[in-house]
Design a protein around this ligand. Structure first.
Ligand code: ATP
Ligand code: MG
Length: 568
């Protein structure tokens, strides 16, 4: 491919819409353009990278025995109504009507349709196990689309679904996908961690996410270097921290605490450490209100809490007016004593003694509070967010934390969809059994962002051979110089003949412009054909390195060939 013929509209300025490196670079390098919030077009370089990722995903899915098919993106409502997800997706689902007023949606994920297809098309139990997949555009009206392709409202996903006769079969299908995912992310050059994930409202018996650690990742992950435990915050089990509280059960006292609202202010006021306080937070859970309590220095884990409460919509913090109504006090003085809504208490709070809470009266707190004496919780369990330094729930070593980009998710679904849609099979003895499912997603377009995010320097992208739009680049410094031009063209032709996906920057541009662009678009290996061309000498440079090497044209071609084929 010739740079002079390719639409690569690089930008010198950083577009103001972009906050993170990968988003900035994909815009600047002319890979993508924004059409609306969370909606992007792929320009030629971006599309080439997307296709390379898709192909790796496809090869590994095929190798694992999954079969590719393609579902529509415009979907009739019925299957989603049958599974209940027409409501569950809420505002995230793009819904529309056809000219006859029938309900449709743009597919956010396809469990229902695959289940329906297997129900319609699989004739005998002998056809199980079967795993089907597609690489397709998905639509989710995300509350906060951002970071370019990282969180889009239209994005490319590979989604696969396995269908088995029993749980043991599902374990095997799941393991095959797990292994395929490890191969895929390794080939994409992503440094990934597999973490235990929340199975949430989807039910199911287990789920893991593939995370790329990155400060811009939106998921918190907790991991233990000692035993290898790793989990999404949403799932990570919290161990109760041992703390010493005053002995016995002291008499509960109401204390005037005017103008004291936050835990920091309470700590200052009482002179106790923050673990002596418990905070009470009110939430709206669907159409009712609940209260949740964690130690003063902890955070409530809204995903864990939502799963326990069993509500459909995400929990919402109760607004100030409601808090005032429920507690008869200003915000900042809520507590469980005398509260008329269900109180969910964290395991750690259940171990506290003689502690301090809001008194449900503006300007007052209670001290020396004891659980079960002064108030009775409706639920006690793990509802807090794990923190760095907490004990690992498996081995007790200190937990570390990081942010992660979720690039893949595998899930033992069980029978939720097969039951809802009536996918059963008859065994040899004529008994009806429900088919057991797994589902497996990869954010193909998000992988693009992750790859760019992971490998970037001050000058631009640094992409691995496997996903870069071109494997190699030839840069004649001055195309008006005949020997340079001739040698560059010769090297370009030779690389093409050897099957290297190569681009030549044959533009009549200043050397500085060409070098800047070459760095920006991140092609992994480059040959610069400059003044020494007359002697048959060229510069060979890897994008990961600052130094270049003088080689003969033949040596350079051979070296590129081995580098590319070893890293493909
Ligand atoms: P997230 O928690 O990031 O919203 P999810 O858990 O809702 O994602 P899944 O339903 O598990 O997503 O989808 C499978 C994969 O699709 C995810 O692992 C992720 O890589 C990708 N993905 C999900 N939502 C988006 C999005 N809005 N933009 C780009 N990729 C996405
Ligand atoms: Mg997920």
């Amino acid at each position: 491919m010739r740079m002079s013929k390719l639409l690569v509209p690089t930008l010198r300025e950083v577009p103001s819409e972009a906050e993170i490196t990968s988003h900035k670079l994909m815009l600047r390098a002319g890979y993508i353009r924004r059409m609306a919030a969370g909606i992007y077009s792929y320009l030629p370089l971006g599309l080439k990278m997307l296709r390379k990722i898709e192909n790796i995903v496809r090869e590994e899915m095929d190798r694992a025995g999954a079969q590719e098919l393609l579902m529509p993106a415009l979907l009739p409502a019925e299957a989603y109504q049958a599974s209940g997800r027409w409501e569950v997706f809420g505002p995230s689902m793009f819904k529309l009507k056809d000219r006859s007023d029938r309900d449709f949606c743009l597919g956010p994920t396809h469990e229902e349709l695959f289940t329906q297809t297997v129900k319609d098309e699989v004739r005998s139990y002998k056809e199980y196990p079967i795993t089907l997949y597609q690489i397709q555009t998905k639509y989710r009206d995300e509350a906060r689309p951002r970071f370019g392709l990282m969180r889009g409202r239209e994005f490319v996903m590979k989604d696969a679904y396995s269908f088995d006769k029993d749980a043991a079969g599902l374990d095997i299908s799941y393991k095959k996908m797990y292994d395929a995912y490890c191969r895929i992310f390794t080939r994409l050059g992503l440094d990934f961690t597999v973490v235990e994930a929340d199975s949430g409202a989807m039910g199911g018996s287990g789920s893991q996410e593939f995370m790329v650690k990155s400060p811009v990742g939106e998921d918190g992950i907790a991991y233990c270097d000692a035993c290898g435990y790793a989990a999404n915050y949403e799932k990570a089990e919290c161990v109760v921290e041992d703390k010493t509280y005053p002995d016995g059960e002291l008499v509960m006292e109401k204390v005037a605490t005017p103008d004291v609202h936050t835990i920091e202010e309470l700590v200052g006021f009482f002179g106790y450490e923050s673990y002596m306080f418990a905070k009470t937070i009110m939430y709206k859970a669907d159409d009712k209100y609940i209260a949740a309590m964690v130690r003063g220095d902890r955070e409530i884990n809204e995903v864990k809490l939502k799963n326990i409460v069993g509500c459909i919509d995400d929990l919402e913090l109760a607004d100030a007016g409601i808090v005032r109504e429920l507690t008869n006090a200003q915000v900042g003085f809520a507590g469980p004593v005398g509260l008329n809504i269900p109180v969910y208490v964290d395991n750690e709070v259940a171990k506290m003694r003689n502690f301090i809470i809001g008194a449900n009266e503006t300007g007052y707190h209670y001290k020396n509070v004891n659980i079960n004496r002064d108030f009775t919780p409706d639920y006690v369990g793990d509802i807090r967010v794990i923190e760095a330094g907490d004990k690992c729930p498996r081995c007790g070593a200190p937990i570390k934390t990081a942010q992660g980009i979720e690039v893949g998710h595998i899930f033992k679904l069980g029978t939720k969809y097969s039951e809802a849609l009536g996918l059963t099979f008859q065994d040899d003895s004529g008994n009806d059994n429900v088919v057991i499912m797994g589902c497996y997603g990869i954010g193909v377009s998000r992988c693009m962002s992750a790859a760019v995010e992971q490998g970037a320097d001050d000058n631009g992208m640094v992409l691995p051979v496997s996903v870069a739009p071109f494997e190699a680049m030839v840069v004649p410094v001055n195309v008006k110089d005949e020997p340079q031009k001739a040698l560059a063209e010769k090297i370009y032709e030779e690389l093409k003949a050897k099957g290297i996906d190569v681009i030549i920057d044959d533009r009549d541009e200043r050397a500085g412009v060409k070098f800047k662009d070459a760095d920006l678009i991140g092609i992994p290996v480059r040959i610069v054909v400059g003044k020494k061309a007359a002697d048959g000498v060229v510069e060979y440079r890897l994008r990961t390195e600052t130094k270049s090497e003088d080689l003969s044209a033949k040596e350079a071609v051979d070296k590129i060939f081995s580098f590319v084929t070893e890293n493909r």
